[in-house]
Design a protein around this ligand. Structure first.
Ligand code: CDV
Length: 314
């Protein structure tokens, strides 16, 4: 018997400032229903799925900023998604801006959750690789202020037993870093869920703009193959607030091959039956970590030269 998870990658098109949570949840429910009709077990939505990608705007007023955050999950607006997914027997995952209270202090994270078929949140991840900058940079056509609005995630890259497999999460920029997949690979991950908001244009490095789609797939396909895992990459895409963002959401097999890919820049569901047993041949041969990986010989402890790499980030 195969260990199969039928996955729906639920790409979202643009969400504008004036769209309410209710508007967005209605769109997510429409994709959920389509996924149910196609026999899905799990529906994966993008990073910061509930609102427009607000780090593109410089804001100083904390109340204005906090209007993009969720103080509770589920909250009033997201409860219908939890209820309907549970009624239909579907697991799901999505990203949101999390307002968390701990030890009398307020924290803000770029977060994603994994919800099982019973409607229970079984996994939470807080984005670690926050791209962009913390201060207004007026030279940019649009800002990327994740470093202003979020703290670095404090939960590590977890892997959870769920839906019959080992499932991990990362968020957008995390997918560009090999450590992301490897840390989960070392925990025997079989499926990595990754939502993203990626503008076509990168203000500090415009010469890379025409490679945006290529780099998106390059990193996820490499991460899948090098760790023998499925990777589900899901975009929020299209011209949002006038900023074009890439789509090409993809379901990627442990071979590194793309088995399903979105073709629009709008709300779209792509579906694939993901056999988790396709991970084992990679994990037990080419990427058998115990047999072949030699971290003790990698020379990780090096004397610092004092030279810092050029540039301050993207
Ligand atoms: N949301 C993101 O993390 N976006 C980055 C952009 C800024 C490059 C990404 O890596 O896609």
């Amino acid at each position: 018997m195969t260990r199969e998870i039928v996955v729906g990658a639920a790409q979202l098109g643009p969400i504008e400032k004036e769209h309410t949570r209710r508007d967005v949840v209605d769109r997510m429910l429409a994709l959920l229903h389509r996924a149910h009709g196609m026999g899905c077990d799990l529906v994966v939505y993008p990073e910061l799925a509930l609102t427009s990608f607000f780090p593109r705007w410089y804001m100083e007023d904390q109340a204005e900023i906090d209007a993009y955050f969720e103080p509770a999950m589920p909250g009033n607006e997201t409860q219908p998604l939890f209820d309907e997914a549970k009624r239909l027997g579907l697991g799901f995952s999505f990203g949101y801006a999390e307002l968390a209270e701990a030890d009398g202090e307020t924290h803000r994270f770029n977060t994603s959750i994994l919800v099982d078929k019973a409607g229970t949140i079984v996994g939470k991840y807080r984005k670690i690789h926050l791209p962009g900058h913390a201060e207004n940079e007026p030279y940019r056509e649009f800002q990327h202020l994740e470093k202003r609005y979020f703290e670095v995630g404090d939960l590590g890259f977890g892997v959870w037993p769920a839906l019959g497999g080992n499932i991990g999460m990362c968020i957008c920029n995390d997918r560009r870093w090999p450590e992301t997949y490897r840390v989960m690979g070392l925990q025997n991950v079989e499926m990595v869920l990754c939502g993203y908001n990626t503008p076509v244009h990168n203000p500090p490095a415009p010469e890379m703009d025409n490679l945006s789609n290529f780099h998106n797939h390059l990193v996820m396909q490499s991460g899948a193959y090098q760790n023998g895992t499925w990777v589900i990459g899901v975009a929020k895409c299209g011209p949002e607030a006038g900023v074009p963002m890439i789509g090409q959401s993809a379901i990627i097999a442990p071979s590194g091959e793309i088995v399903a890919q979105a073709t629009s820049l709008d709300d779209e569901l792509i579906v694939a039956a993901c056999d988790l047993d396709r991970c084992a041949p990679y994990k037990s041969t080419v990427f058998n970590f115990a047999a072949h990986r030699r971290p003790e010989h990698y020379g990780l402890i090096v004397e610092r030269t004092g030279a810092e790499p050029p540039g301050s980030g993207g």
